[in-house]
Design a protein around this ligand. Structure first.
Ligand code: OXD
Ligand code: MN
Length: 589
């Protein structure tokens, strides 16, 4: 028996499934799993999958989650380091022994009457030295099919693991969906995740947030690289040169739209490499290189349309060997198509809401859940970069940190240097969205968009960022971005979406030494003469508002940052406290 077989055996003894199904990532295998989800498995009385109109959305299925299970549950997510200080104030912590005892109790017999799926997959290109061989056990077809879309799942991973114990272990059961018995536990020292009680994306697709961010951030700290919540794109300019950048934005702030932006300026084109996660390493050339460990998109459906993201609409309809899943969208019952708020065209006449109940538009409720999602393979994306499958990744020339801020933060600002850029990322904040079970619209500090995903103390994480910078001979420039500033009438000033290329254009001009900039407390901002608003219905005065610095707001920003930094106590690097002092001094000028 190999260590892998022994481990699966031990878990089966605890969880007591009726059947064990070793998956191999093949089309045939996936078809069988979908079949089980259409016929045998149920959630709250509904089948796990419902077949949609394959003429419009080929090979696509609707999944309705348990009504209490619609977003990541950060309050039930724990990082179980040997001591609390390692987890830091940014994580919930439980001692590993206590956490395991709790999970063992919840897992005892949890798969009775169900199938245990054994999923072998790689995070990252198998030939990348950073790639991780992983095994996830799960008891729901939805997760098995989703993981096949989101990762590189294949039988060859089992051969690769062979007789070794070198694989990341994921235990997952939906249990009885009881929110009081729902936990997502991480054991970084053992590279183990144990998740019970939820079938929702970030809680259940363990390759994503749990492995590629929380566990990988701990591994990266030890090995000298970074696991980040970032988009990776190439920007091709009118001369045909492609420059690669990454961008960190909190959940549900338009990362997927940014990853496949359709340029509003002629001559520019975006090449997609990833919409959620980037692993960044220092190359032998002293540059920062990025790979996307995932192979699929798990994007927010509401707001996705031909207008906001035509490339995603094409991706969803491409229909290949991989199925496409829609989770908690509404259903247009006449066309048998998924529907969500913000989709093109008129609202269908006859619909079921995300829970499968007849929808009454007069009710004032939304038909699709605000955090309803699609799961689709990157290979279906028309803008997929030819470099996506390059195990080395792509060299990064700029890192962007953004958030949803209706006030204070300019459309774009460049940091003075790497250290100042790390400070920019560390003081990042965003108004909360529906991706997590939190009160919405409240400003929360979310450094590098990693607050829910950094697997260790964030003070140490900031130190790690500063250390990585010291190893870079040719560091990327760092920017803060904010598409969400509003005017005195509460309306967004910036049109966003395809017009965000204008911000990229200025960034490329800065990288290529073609544009000057103005020093402000927020960083280096564009001179209006260098910022292309041609063809936009926007006056120079309005454009100026995008870059306006309000002193009182920035004083509040400094005080709030100060308070936030204090929460990390002595682990907060002195260099970033000095940056804050520098910011206050600039404010006095
Ligand atoms: C996601 C998230 O699902 O950030 O990507 O919540
Ligand atoms: Mn995300």
């Amino acid at each position: 028996m190999t260590p892998l077989q022994r481990w699966v055996d031990e878990q089966a003894k605890l969880m007591k499934p009726d059947r064990i199904r070793w998956c191999d990532g093949s089309d045939e295998d996936a078809r069988g799993i979908i079949e089980a989800g259409l016929k045998d498995e149920k959630i709250a009385g509904n089948p796990v999958f419902y077949e949609l109109n394959h003429d419009i959305f080929p090979n696509s299925y609707l999944h309705r989650s348990h009504p209490t299970d619609v977003a990541r549950t950060e309050h039930l997510t724990f990082v179980c380091h040997p001591n609390k200080e390692l987890a830091g104030p940014n994580n919930n912590w439980m001692a590993p022994d206590e956490a395991k005892a709790k999970m063992r109790k919840l897992s005892d017999g949890c798969m009775k009457g169900r199938t245990m799926y054994v999923l072998p997959y790689m995070m990252g290109h198998p030939q990348s030295p950073y790639a991780k061989a992983c095994i996830q056990l799960t008891d729901i077809s939805y997760v098995a099919v989703s993981m096949r879309i989101m990762t590189r799942m294949s039988k060859s991973v089992i051969d690769k693991i062979g007789d070794s114990d070198d694989f990341v272990k994921g235990l997952h059961s939906v249990g009885d969906f009881d929110p009081d018995k729902r936990f997502v536990m991480h054991f970084p020292d053992e590279r183990l995740i144990w998740s019970v009680g939820s079938g929702y994306g970030g809680n259940a697709l363990l390759g994503k947030k749990c492995i590629s961010l929380r566990i990988a951030s701990c591994v990266g700290r030890r090995e000298g690289w970074l696991a980040e919540h970032m988009v990776i794109v190439g920007i091709q300019d009118p001369q045909g040169k492609t420059t690669y950048i990454t961008a960190a934005l909190p959940s549900a702030c338009g990362k997927t739209n940014l990853a496949m932006l359709q340029s509003a300026l002629p001559g520019y084109k975006i090449w997609t490499l990833g919409d959620d996660i980037a692993w960044l390493n220092v190359g032998s050339d002293g540059r920062l290189w990025a790979i996307n460990p995932e192979a699929g998109f798990f994007g927010v459906a509401p707001g996705t349309s031909m207008n906001t993201n035509p490339n995603m609409m094409e991706t969803l309809k491409a229909g290949t060997f991989y199925p496409t899943l829609f989770t908690n969208t509404a259903l247009d019952t006449d066309a048998n198509e998924p529907w969500w708020e913000g989709l093109d065209g008129a609202m269908p006449k006859n619909m079921l809401d995300w829970q499968g109940k007849p929808f009454d538009p007069a009710s004032g409720r939304k038909a699709a859940h605000p955090n309803s999602r699609f799961t689709v393979a990157v290979s279906q994306c028309p803008t997929l970069s030819p470099e996506f499958d390059n195990p080395r990744g792509v060299p990064i020339s700029a890192i962007l940190f953004g958030g949803k801020r209706t006030h204070t933060i300019p459309l774009v600002a460049e940091s003075f240097d790497w250290q100042n850029g790390v400070f920019m990322g560390a003081r990042m904040g965003s108004e909360t969205t529906a991706a997590a079970m939190l009160k919405q619209g409240v400003l929360r500090r979310d450094p590098m968009a990693m607050l829910p995903f950094c697997g260790y103390n964030m003070g140490d994480y900031f130190r790690h960022w500063l250390d990585v910078g010291k190893k870079l001979k040719n560091p990327p420039k760092i920017y803060s971005i904010n598409w969400f500033r509003t005017n005195e009438n509460g309306k967004f000033i910036w049109p966003g979406f395809g017009n965000n290329i204008r911000v990229f254009k200025w960034i490329l001009d800065r990288i290529n030494g073609k544009a000057d900039a103005k020093e402000t407390v927020a960083g280096l901002v564009p001179h209006l003469k260098d910022f292309d608003i041609s063809g936009l219905d926007m006056s120079k005065e309005e454009a100026a508002k995008l870059f306006e610095i309000n002193k009182a707001e920035w004083e509040r920003e400094a005080d709030d940052t100060d308070k936030f930094f204090d929460t990390f106590g002595s682990s907060m690097p002195q260099e970033l406290k000095d940056e804050l002092k520098g910011m206050r001094e600039r404010l006095k000028k």
